[in-house]
Design a protein. Structure first.
Length: 259
């Protein structure tokens, strides 16, 4: 973390977990466990149908920011089953949206092109994208991590201007570390985060690169958070499994909230 230049964010990704009716109790636990963090912003990215309850309990009562996990790249129209950025905005209280999570790329056919369209759709209606990039185990073995990350970041940001980039958060999520218990080592994660920052520098300049929040995600938990967050280029986490358990999530927030 480097709080002098950029915001620290601890974002939970509920994925397809947590019923709307379970959020009141979750919010109460978080309120009891976390004393309004001063040094980091806490976010929960919830399923679409959970968002009203998330806004009511997590945001209004527990002061947690709210994000969605996806949005349509289209503005409106004949796209059965989809949810637009404007719809999310209109709920009043959705601030972030995860875009291009590896599960969306793997199971729902999202490509670097659709990721880019979704990033632009989110920015156009004032939502802050949390863009996920990351390599598979095989790609890492083949030494393709750097070129792949370079391509994913540049493709996601194509057409994003110097003003819009200020609203963008990037999350490095190695696919081999997601939900597997195999966290990247703190050094491995920091190396890629630093590389992502160098790409941002190349496109937008040093000042913007220094101000961009770059998260790590992939089996981050209450046991490894301190070490990961101590790295200079890891500005927070995107947390799946551990965000579902208030006691674990609160410990990660605590780790990010050290003075
Ligand atoms: P995990 O998920 O923390 O359960 O590994 C992270 C993510 O997919 O965002």
């Amino acid at each position: 973390m480097n709080r002098k230049y950029r915001k620290t964010i601890i974002a939970g990704n509920f994925k397809m977990n947590m019923l709307p009716g379970e959020l009141k109790a979750y919010a109460e636990s978080m309120k009891a466990l976390v004393n309004r963090p001063r040094w980091c912003e806490t976010v929960i990215c919830a399923p679409f149908v959970d968002l009203p309850a998330a806004i009511k309990y997590l945001n209004k009562e527990a002061r947690i920011s709210i994000g969605a996990q996806n949005l349509s790249e289209h503005e409106k129209g004949a796209y059965t089953g989809e949810v637009s950025g404007q719809m999310l905005r209109d709920m009043g209280g959705v601030k972030y949206v995860i875009i291009g999570h590896s599960e969306r790329r793997q199971y729902f056919g999202e490509t670097d092109l659709t990721v880019n369209e979704k990033v632009k759709a989110a920015l156009a209606c004032g939502l802050q994208p949390i863009i996920c990039v990351g390599e598979s185990a095989r790609q890492r073995e083949m030494d393709l991590t750097a070129p792949l990350i370079n391509y994913q970041v540049r493709a996601a940001l194509a057409g994003v201007d110097e003003k819009q980039i200020k609203s963008v958060v990037i999350a490095y999520e190695p696919i081999w570390a997601i939900g597997t218990g195999n966290t990247a080592t703190a050094e491995q994660a920091n190396e890629v985060n630093r590389y992502i920052r160098s790409i941002i520098r190349d496109i937008y300049g040093a000042r913007t690169a220094r101000a961009t929040t770059i998260l790590y995600g992939g089996s981050m938990n209450d046991a490894n958070a301190f070490e990961l967050l101590a790295q200079p280029d890891i500005d927070g986490g995107l947390i799946g499994g551990a965000s579902l358990v208030p006691e674990k999530f609160a410990k990660i927030i605590f780790a990010a909230n050290q003075e």
